[in-house]
Design a protein around this ligand. Sequence first.
Ligand SMILES: [Zn+2]
Length: 93
Amino acid sequence: MEISAIKCKKCGDIIFSRARHDFHSCSCESIYIDGGFDYCRMAGAPTNIESCKIQLDITKEELFDDWNNGNDKYGLIKDTVLVGWKGTNVFES
Ligand SMILES: [Zn+2]
């Protein structure tokens, strides 16, 4: 599925919100994202934010469970290398 994400221009992390109440930041805490798939809310200096779309072979339910169970395998991608995930591609628009 395609996911709307944002990239931090300072640290290079790509972050996305996995569920409505999944609010988290990038590594350097310059930008934040929230809202899951219902609405996308971002915070931080607009100059640090770059919107992108990523393609993940995963369902909304799996992402929700990842957040809900505190596994935190997804939601933060470092230097466009997916953390804790394999065999998928990251596409920046
Ligand atoms: Zn950052």
